[in-house]
Design a binder for this molecule. Structure first.
Ligand SMILES: Nc1ncnc2c1ncn2[C@@H]1O[C@H](COP(=O)(O)OP(=O)(O)OP(=O)(O)O)[C@@H](O)[C@H]1O
Length: 297
């Protein structure tokens, strides 16, 4: 599992004149649960579809598990993909889905699939069209995992689920990662879910990667600085200004310390994951370019 699960270099996807993904450069190690977060239209599904080999890049480079996505049958078998609406065949039963999975996938693990279906409590005879949204998602997850892929890709697996079904699915996903050696990339709007299950994060907004890395490192390296207005005149080298908010009396900065070791600035306090994500999303909207001191006092 030493080959990175996903490496991209200036990866770009255009639909006509519209650029859905702009020059994304990523290097994601194996063995992680990666959360891909960003607002509607950020380019999340586009990046995941490129990784699954469903679409081809307009320019730039992408490798999944060290190879071109969907290069051949062997590479296809290494990646499990669950699309946004967790598609299942409404007229087929749960058992039919398992039979189909077995027929279509040379690496199908029959005992694993049967055990998971029992554990989730899905009736084998039940038609998939009669399953709840949560059960459909669980069935889709089981089928993708029973291929025994090295990488599982999920496009918003929990978006349409109620909180209980969401929790059950994520719990199931975490159990699965503990049971079999698999890397996971999932997209989500829900930062709290990402915080609960993921250890690596990619923030995508306005078609661009805003920041990416291990969640523990990212939260350790982002800080809030609060001081009297005008007190911040310059930042040390390697400390990037992400956002700045100035009131009559005080300035609040969010900074990213890209230097090794802790940030040695008086009053610097860590920020949580949610604040960090929202800061990047606001920055990407480009409403105001942050400055250490407001241009117009
Ligand atoms: N097949 C397509 N043809 C034209 N434009 C597309 C196509 N697929 C996506 N887009 C556009 O590319 C942009 C990125 O879409 P994408 O579906 O990747 O975003 P997303 O982050 O997954 O959004 P959401 O959270 O709403 O699913 C959007 O502006 C979308 O309208």
């Amino acid at each position: 599992m030493n080959t990175p699960v996903l490496t991209t270099n200036a990866l770009t996807k255009r639909y006509g004149k519209h650029t859905a993904l702009t020059e994304a450069t990523l290097d994601i190690p194996a063995g992680r649960i990666v959360g891909l977060v960003g607002p509607n239209g950020a380019g999340k599904s586009t990046l995941l579809a490129l990784a699954a080999g469903l679409i081809r890049p307009s320019s730039g480079h992408i490798e999944v598990l060290g190879r071109t996505p969907a290069a051949d049958a062997k590479q296809l078998a290494r990646v499990g993909f669950v699309a946004q609406d967790t598609p299942v065949y409404a007229n087929l039963s749960v058992a039919d889905h398992l039979k189909l999975g077995e027929k279509l996938n040379p690496t199908w693990d029959k005992a694993f699939a049967a055990e998971r279906i029992t554990r989730i409590g899905l009736g084998l005879d039940k038609k998939a069209g009669r399953l709840s949204g949560g059960q459909k998602a669980q069935l889709a997850l089981t089928i993708a995992a029973a291929k025994r892929p090295e990488l599982l890709i999920f496009d918003e697996p929990v978006a349409a689920l109620d909180p209980l079904a969401r929790r059950a699915l994520l719990q199931n996903l975490m159990e699965l990662v503990a049971d079999i050696e698999v890397s996971v990339i999932l997209s989500s709007h829900l930062i709290s879910d990402v915080e609960r299950v993921c250890d690596h994060l990619v923030i995508l907004a306005e078609s661009r990667v805003q920041v990416a890395g291990e969640i523990d490192d990212l939260t350790a390296d982002h800080h809030r600085l609060v001081g009297p207005r005008g007190s911040f005149t310059e930042l040390p080298n390697g400390v990037e200004l992400i956002s700045a908010d100035h009131t009559d009396r005080q300035s609040t900065l969010i900074v990213h310390n890209t230097n090794p070791g802790p940030l040695d600035l008086p009053g610097a306090e860590p920020i949580g994951l949610e604040d960090m994500v929202l800061t990047y999303l606001h920055r990407a909207e480009g409403i105001a370019v942050p400055t250490l001191q407001e241009a117009h006092a």
